[in-house]
Design a binder for this molecule. Structure first.
Ligand SMILES: NC(=O)c1ccc[n+]([C@@H]2O[C@H](COP(=O)([O-])OP(=O)(O)OC[C@H]3O[C@@H](n4cnc5c(N)ncnc54)[C@H](OP(=O)(O)O)[C@@H]3O)[C@@H](O)[C@H]2O)c1
Length: 343
């Protein structure tokens, strides 16, 4: 069984633990998160689809991670101490201490949106993002200047822009009018309350993340296997996607590179219409695209959350391109091929 590693509740306990074999936290309060020094990065939502890959990337580059979670037991099973000696797990009462001991904070928490949207669920979709973000921002702002992390990278989503079959959106585009746009505005609004005099804020508006172990694709692939695979709805909807590895690289670069600041669209440079996405997905999973996947089937597995796939938007990563961010997977066929190889 996995060992639970709760975050020590007092600084002295924490300091004592730094010398122990099990905990290897680096105390480097308010070191800037740039250059090649080892960093400690505190992450909410680290146990999720994106977070898990980000943790692996940070550890592989010899950084330390503090997992800010609702459940230390769950986090310890995702990151067993034997395989993840660079990870410390903190439940909510210990988040503040953990944040004060970190160089950077990444905020990825949020209840999944691929569910049926009852009024209660909609409330939780909103609150899970807004409340966690507020809590993290308060802890950052309340830290003394010499203990304050130097960068705060907070997730948001391309849902900010609303949906359209005809318009394209970049970071300067206005927000949409639907429910997801409202969630994103509130979520970003809370993140913007961070003390930007001291802390560099990066807001990543994430597109549909493609990877085999989570997100929309993990739910779509079995459907494609069942129905042969074909266009969803009219197929003319835009699908703004990003490969998981590119998103993790973008977050990593946002932590380390002081030029990354403000809103950055976390999407690949070549969004596609949904018909093309379905065609390519059919090809890589070895299903010809002649039998359409019924909208109803997709709604059955994604709930109203299917809206992110069925009613899309064309979002261009203008800022990432200006910053010279280098994508491993600029084209969807290569992204899907790489994912299919792992299946
Ligand atoms: N995946 C995508 O395609 C996509 C697209 C656009 C935006 N995003 C955003 O990017 C972030 C990361 O995405 P992801 O796919 O990695 O998410 P995920 O796998 O659903 O994981 C998010 C994490 O959030 C925490 N969480 C879940 N429900 C919560 C609740 N009710 N209250 C508070 N925390 C809760 C959990 O961490 P603990 O259990 O450890 O607390 C969970 O591991 C999310 O905010 C998501 O909205 C993702």
């Amino acid at each position: 069984m996995a060992t639970v590693r709760p975050f020590p509740s007092s600084f002295s306990a924490l300091a004592a633990r730094t010398t122990s074999r099990r905990t290897r936290l680096v105390f480097c309060c308010s070191c800037s998160a740039t250059g090649d020094e080892a960093l400690t990065v505190a992450i909410t939502g680290a146990t999720g689809f994106v977070g898990r890959r980000l943790v692996q990337k940070l550890l592989s580059d010899d950084h330390k991670v503090c997992v800010l979670t609702r459940s230390a037991t769950k986090a310890a099973s995702v990151f067993p101490s034997s395989a993840y000696p660079g990870v410390t797990v903190a439940e909510q009462g210990d988040w503040e201490q953990c944040i004060k001991s970190s160089n950077a904070v990444v905020n990825l928490a949020g209840m999944p949106i691929s569910t049926r949207w009852s009024p209660e669920v909609k409330k939780e979709i909103m609150e899970s993002r807004v409340n966690v973000t507020s809590k993290v921002v308060d802890h950052i702002n309340n830290a003394s200047p010499d203990a304050r992390p130097s960068v705060f990278v907070s997730a948001t989503a391309v849902g900010y822009y609303g949906t359209s079959e005809t318009d394209s959106f970049d970071e300067s585009s206005p927000s949409g009018k639907d429910y997801l746009a409202e969630v994103c505005r509130e979520w970003e609004g809370r993140a913007r309350q961070v003390n930007e005099d001291d802390v560099r804020l990066v807001l990543i508006r994430i597109g549909v993340v493609l990877g085999k172990d989570g997100g929309a694709l993990a739910k779509m692939i079995p459907l494609f296997m069942m129905f042969a695979g074909g266009p969803l709805g009219s197929g003319r909807q835009w699908f703004s996607w990003i490969h998981l590895d590119d998103l993790v690289d973008l977050i990593y670069e946002s932590i380390k590179n002081p030029a990354y600041r403000g809103v950055i669209n976390g999407t690949a440079p070549n969004p596609v219409r949904l018909a093309e996405m379905c065609d390519r997905l059919g090809q890589v999973v070895g299903r010809p695209s002649w039998l359409p996947v019924p909208e109803l089937a997709l709604k059955a597995v994604l709930g109203e959350g299917a809206t992110v796939v069925l009613d899309g938007q064309k979002v261009l990563p203008v800022k990432a391109n200006q910053l010279g961010f280098s994508y491993r997977y600029p084209y969807i066929r290569d992204a899907l091929k790489a994912i299919a190889k792992e299946l």
